[in-house]
Design a protein around this ligand. Structure first.
Ligand code: DP6
Length: 361
């Protein structure tokens, strides 16, 4: 008997222009376009295996070894059903000899090799890996942009993890969401010197989830309206141009400004949301000072911090400065634990990075 099984993996992406706000919560259509860098390192990815079998009773997901119920009508069910529909329409209806996998239940096992829901975008790599593994299992002829339309309905930021390198999520204008998908801005090879230093300030599950936090912001923040109309469109164009030109100064300025504004709209939410803690803020102060000295000496910036919905810092920098930044972080933020094997520079197709863990808070 044939075994129908496929495994795929997807890395985390960290946004430089943040997605924060939905105009349609069911289809997950954003209030603004966003842009991210996909990290590719062994330590920050989700790997998912999917298996279809006529003997399976119902679709089941195990997340990091634990049964994770699939809620009817929920995001997971939406993604699985949409992929089954595509299997039927694009494969089975066209080839009568193709196994009717769309009628079988699936068992899905997904594993994150980093803390789940700690502001490290686990839902992004998770849904991207899930969609990729089912697309592989079903032998769908779909492009990454087409698959991003489905991953988007699992978690908005997941649509960007279907690509490596520099990725934009175009917000689109259509009510059905058919033009709200991810596109590649540039491959990793276009600017391979880009590195990310990830500082795990706290790996506990965060207090306010992105989903509920951003909805509250949409409902209550006047600053968000200004941001989506008057700030993000120009930033999207400017940062795309900076990436094309490999202009780190412009890339860093825009990335830090957008992180700051995202946290400002979180604070402008009623009741206010605080994602950064004192360590996060101290890392900002350190990077600001580091850049001030660099600017004075060389006329250029050396680092760009950015924070998602949690206290962990991601510092983008060029390869030549990565070691210095890690040393600086270690010097000013003594580590709880001894360094471990995570302190290597990571290779692969995406942007290389380092993980620095265990800050004293
Ligand atoms: C701050 O994609 O996790 O990381 O679509 O509700 O699942 P849902 O939200 P999610 O939000 C990510 C928010 C962010 C910014 C970003 O990644 O662009």
């Amino acid at each position: 008997m044939s075994v129908f099984q496929a495994t795929a993996s997807a890395p985390v992406n960290i946004a430089c222009i943040k997605y924060w706000g939905k105009r349609d919560t069911k289809l997950i259509l954003p209030t603004n376009s966003s842009l991210s860098v996909t990290l590719d390192q062994d330590h920050l990815r989700s790997t998912t295996t999917s298996r279809a079998d006529p003997s399976f009773k119902k679709d089941t997901l195990w997340l990091n070894g634990k049964d994770d119920p699939i809620k009817e009508g929920g995001r997971l069910a939406t993604c699985i059903n949409e992929l089954k529909r595509l299997r039927k329409v694009l494969v089975e209806d066209k080839d009568a000899s193709a196994p009717k996998l769309s009628t079988y239940a699936v068992h899905i096992a997904s594993y994150n090799n980093f803390p789940t829901a700690a502001g490290l975008a686990s839902s992004a790599s998770g849904f991207a890996a899930l969609v990729s593994s089912l697309a592989k299992l079903y032998e769908l002829p779909s492009t990454p942009s087409e698959l991003s339309l489905i991953a988007r309905q699992g978690s908005g930021s997941a649509c960007r993890s279907l690509f490596g390198g520099y990725v934009a999520w175009e917000m689109g204008t259509k009510a059905d969401g058919s033009d709200s998908y991810a596109v590649e801005v540039a491959p990793q090879s276009h600017w391979p010197e880009m590195h990310a230093v990830i500082c795990v300030v706290n790996d506990a599950k965060k207090g306010t989830s992105s989903t509920s936090g951003m909805q509250r912001t949409v409902e209550t923040s006047a600053l968000l309206q200004h941001r989506i109309k008057h700030v993000v469109p120009k930033r999207m164009a400017d940062i795309s141009a900076a990436i094309q030109a490999r202009d780190f100064d412009a890339f860093a300025q825009i990335t830090m400004a957008d992180s700051n504004q995202f946290h400002a709209v979180a604070l402008d939410t009623e009741p206010p949301i605080f994602y950064m803690n004192d360590v996060s803020k101290a890392i900002i102060a350190l990077i600001v000072e580091y850049n001030r000295v660099a600017l004075e000496k060389t006329g250029h910036l050396k680092a760009a911090y950015t924070y998602d919905a949690g206290p962990n810092a991601v510092i983008y920098t060029l390869q030549e400065n990565a070691k210095e930044i890690v040393e600086l972080i270690h010097k000013y933020f003594p580590q709880k634990e001894a360094f471990n094997d995570r302190f290597q520079l990571f290779g692969g197709e995406g942007v290389k990075g380092k993980v620095v863990e265990g800050f004293n808070e």
